[in-house]
Design a protein around this ligand. Structure first.
Ligand code: NAD
Length: 346
C-alpha cells in the first residue's frame, strides 16, 4: 500500500503515462541507506530514471528519507516516482533492483536479513513460470567475506539465478556522489554487466569490473590500504623536510616530479597552503574522514589475514589513525590531518 502522504509523483510522469503503451515493463528500484553518499546517489538515480519507474527509499533515520523527498520535489524536475518505505523489506519487496549504501558489515548483514525475510514471508504475486529476477547492488565498503556471506544468503532465497548480489564499492567521496561522477569497483559475474552498468552510470561516470562477486571490495581495500600508508608517509616526509628548513612548496614540487609522487603529495598534500584546494588549507575540513580511513584499513587488515597476506606496516598505521582520531584537534577531519598529529608546522 502506497503512503500517499509521502509519495511524490512528478507531473512529467503522469503526462508521459497518458501517451505511453502499457506494454513496457516498469522498473522498480529500492535504495537503502541515505547517508552522506547514499542521499546524493539516490537523488541522482531518481533524477535520471524515466518517469515510468519507481524508486522506494529507506533509512533507519526517517529524517534522511524525508529530506531526500523534499530535495527531489523542490530541486529536481521529472525522474522516477519516489516513495518513502517503512522498512528495508518494504522498500525492496517489489524491487527489480535494490541498492544498498551502508556504513559497516553489521549494517549490511542486518539490512539484508530484513530484506530477505520480507521476501520469504510475502505471498508471491509473480507468475511461477516466469519469476522476476532481482539484482542487489551493495555499494558499501565492507570486507569481502561478509559480502560473500550476504551473496550466499541471497542465492539461497533466490536460487537458480533469480537473485544476484554484487559488490560495487566506490571512490570519489561526497563530492563525486553529489556530482554523479563516482567510480565503482564492481565484483559481479560478466553476464550481469549489461544490467548493472546502466544503473551505476546514473550515479557515477566509471565502472571498473574487477572480477566475480567480492572482487570489487578486494580492489577497493587494496587501494585504500596503499592510500593509508602513502598518506602517513607523505605527512612524515613533509614534516621532516620542513623541520630541516625546506620550503614545503619547494619540497612538494620536488617530490611530485620524483619517485615519491603519490595522490597525498600531489592532490591532497597535508601541509596547509601547498595545494590550494586540499583540505589542509581549510583546517582539514571535508575530504576523506580520518574515521573512514581507519575503518577501511581495519577491513583491509581483516581481509589480508583471511588471505594469509602479511601487512607489516598495517598495525602501526592503524595505531596512528586511531590515536590521531582520538584527539579533538584531529577528530572528524580529513585523514591528511595526520600531519597535524605529528606536530607539523601549519
Ligand atoms: P553515513 O554514515 O553517512 O550513512 C550511512 C546511512 O546508513 C545512515 O544514514 C544510516 O542511518 C543508514 N543506516 C545504517 N544502518 C541502516 C539499516 N540497517 N537500514 C537502513 N539504513 C541504515 O555513511 P556514508 O558516508 O554515506 O558511507 C556509506 C558507505 O560508503 C560506507 O561503507 C563508506 O565506507 C562508503 N564510502 C564513503 C565515502 C565517503 O566519502 N563518505 C567514500 C567512499 C565510500
Amino acid at each position: 500500500m502506497r503512503n500517499v502522504g509521502r509519495l511524490w509523483r512528478p507531473t512529467l510522469r503522469i503526462q508521459r503515462r497518458d501517451f505511453s503503451s502499457s506494454a513496457r515493463r516498469l522498473d522498480n528500484y529500492a535504495f537503502i541507506g541515505l547517508g552522506q553518499m547514499g542521499f546524493q546517489m539516490a537523488r541522482n538515480l531518481q533524477a535520471k530514471l524515466p518517469p515510468s519507474d519507481t524508486i522506494r527509499v529507506f533509512d533507519i533515520n526517517k529524517a534522511a528519507a524525508e529530506k531526500l523527498m523534499h530535495t527531489m520535489k523542490t530541486q529536481q524536475a521529472g525522474g522516477a516516482v519516489a516513495e518513502v518505505a517503512d522498512s528495508a523489506g518494504d522498500a525492496a519487496r517489489d524491487a527489480d533492483t535494490v541498492i544498498t549504501c551502508l556504513p559497516e558489515p553489521k549494517h549490511v548483514k542486518s539490512a539484508y536479513e530484513t530484506i530477505l525475510s520480507a521476501y520469504a514471508t510475502t505471498p508471491k504475486s509473480e507468475s511461477p513460470a516466469k519469476p522476476k529476477t532481482r539484482l542487489f547492488i551493495d555499494c558499501s565498503t565492507i570486507d569481502p567475506s561478509s559480502s560473500r556471506e550476504v551473496a550466499n544468503a541471497v542465492s539461497t532465497v533466490f536460487p537458480n539465478g533469480r537473485g544476484s548480489f554484487v559488490d560495487a564499492p566506490m571512490s570519489g567521496g561526497v563530492v563525486g556522489a553529489t556530482a554523479g561522477t563516482l567510480t565503482f569497483m564492481l565484483g559481479a559475474p560478466q553476464a550481469l554487466l549489461g544490467c548493472i552498468e546502466p544503473v551505476l552510470l546514473r550515479m557515477g561516470k566509471r565502472v571498473l569490473h574487477c572480477g566475480p562477486q567480492g572482487a570489487g571490495l578486494s580492489a577497493k581495500l587494496a587501494n585504500n590500504y596503499l592510500l593509508a600508508i602513502e598518506n602517513i608517509a607523505t605527512a612524515e616526509a613533509m614534516n621532516l623536510g620542513v623541520k630541516w628548513g625546506l620550503d614545503p612548496k619547494v619540497l612538494a614540487s620536488v617530490i611530485n616530479v620524483s619517485t615519491g609522487k603519490c595522490w597525498p603529495s600531489e592532490v591532497n598534500n597535508p601541509v596547509p597552503g601547498v595545494v590550494e584546494t586540499a583540505p589542509a588549507g581549510r583546517d582539514y575540513a571535508g575530504g576523506f574522514g580520518i574515521g573512514l580511513m581507519r575503518k577501511d584499513l581495519r577491513l583491509a587488515m581483516l581481509a589480508a589475514k583471511e588471505a594469509g597476506a602479511d601487512l607489516p606496516l598495517a598495525e602501526k598505521a592503524s595505531e596512528v589513525y586511531e590515536t590521531a582520531e582520538s584527539e579533538e584537534r584531529c577528530k572528524g577531519r580529513d585523514f591528511s590531518v595526520v600531519y597535524r598529529w605529528l606536530g607539523g608546522k601549519e
